[in-house]
Design a protein around this ligand. Structure first.
Ligand SMILES: C[S@@+](CC[C@H](N)C(=O)[O-])C[C@H]1O[C@@H](n2cnc3c(N)ncnc32)[C@H](O)[C@@H]1O
Length: 229
């Protein structure tokens, strides 16, 4: 069904994934989040916007008891199922739907998400488009976490500097979650972001850094937020 495969190594975990241009290929933030997944074993894990299934598969290989992975894209759903099989992982339930809709009334020990976060004045592919300020999907994930975490449960969520890392930190605090930064990276702008640079520069919460070649870069952090009560 899929012609190409790739292998990703995250610490001691090896994941084999099919590749197809219709489904998001795990990139820098995906790998960063994957490297921040820390499980005791046996946890019930939710991966929102699973794409290829990558983060759910890593969680499963790290000892999750079971996972639910959701996505709106039928192509992603089909590929996530195929990738779970490819990795011989049988405790991931893949459900199609908008963010938390497929898990209404369910609570998890760990919620992981790498939501689309590209800000743009015009719509982009749904795997990338985060609304005009880049936060539309991310903010919905954060706001919904309280209702879907078990007491003491953890939310593992990234934020890129062009959409406001401080904004995420403030939201987590306002929602009564304690948080710490567990991952950090810096990445040069892609071709798409270079085409949006003028727009991004004007966003009130955007922060751009420049590397030694004077290339525009974004930074990304991963927050681990814990539900206090
Ligand atoms: C940036 S990709 C991340 C994919 C994967 N988690 C990874 O890190 O490689 C975002 C994914 O979220 C999905 N998505 C976008 N909006 C969504 C929504 N409202 N509900 C569920 N999934 C959504 C997209 O189809 C895409 O697969």
């Amino acid at each position: 069904m899929y012609k190409k495969q790739t292998i990703l190594k995250i610490g001691n975990v090896t994941v084999r994934l099919y590749e197809d241009k219709r489904v998001y290929r795990p990139l820098a933030v995906s790998r960063l989040i994957a490297s921040c997944i820390a499980l005791k074993g046996g946890e019930y894990v939710l991966d929102l916007g699973t794409g290829s299934g990558f983060l759910a598969i890593v969680a499963s290989k790290l000892g999750a008891g079971s996972c639910v992975a959701t996505d709106t894209s039928p192509d992603a759903i089909a590929m996530a199922k195929a990738n779970a099989e490819l990795n011989n992982v049988h405790n991931i339930e893949i459900r199609r739907g908008n963010l938390y809709e497929p898990v209404e009334n369910e609570r998890f020990d760990v919620i992981i998400s790498n939501p689309p976060m590209t800000p743009s004045p015009r719509p982009l592919k749904s795997e990338t488009y985060g609304g005009q300020n880049g936060r539309a999907v991310l903010d919905t994930v954060i706001k919904g976490a309280r209702e879907h975490l078990r007491p003491g449960g953890k939310l593992l969520i990234p934020t890129i500097s062009i959409i406001g890392i401080d904004v995420t930190a403030s939201m987590l605090a306002q929602l009564g979650m304690s948080y710490r930064c567990v991952g950090y990276t810096i990445v040069p702008f892609s071709k798409l972001l270079r085409s949006l640079e003028e727009y991004i520069t004007k966003l009130p919460n955007a922060s751009i850094v420049y590397d030694r070649h004077m290339r525009a870069c974004w930074t990304a952090v991963v927050f681990e937020a814990t539900l206090l009560s």
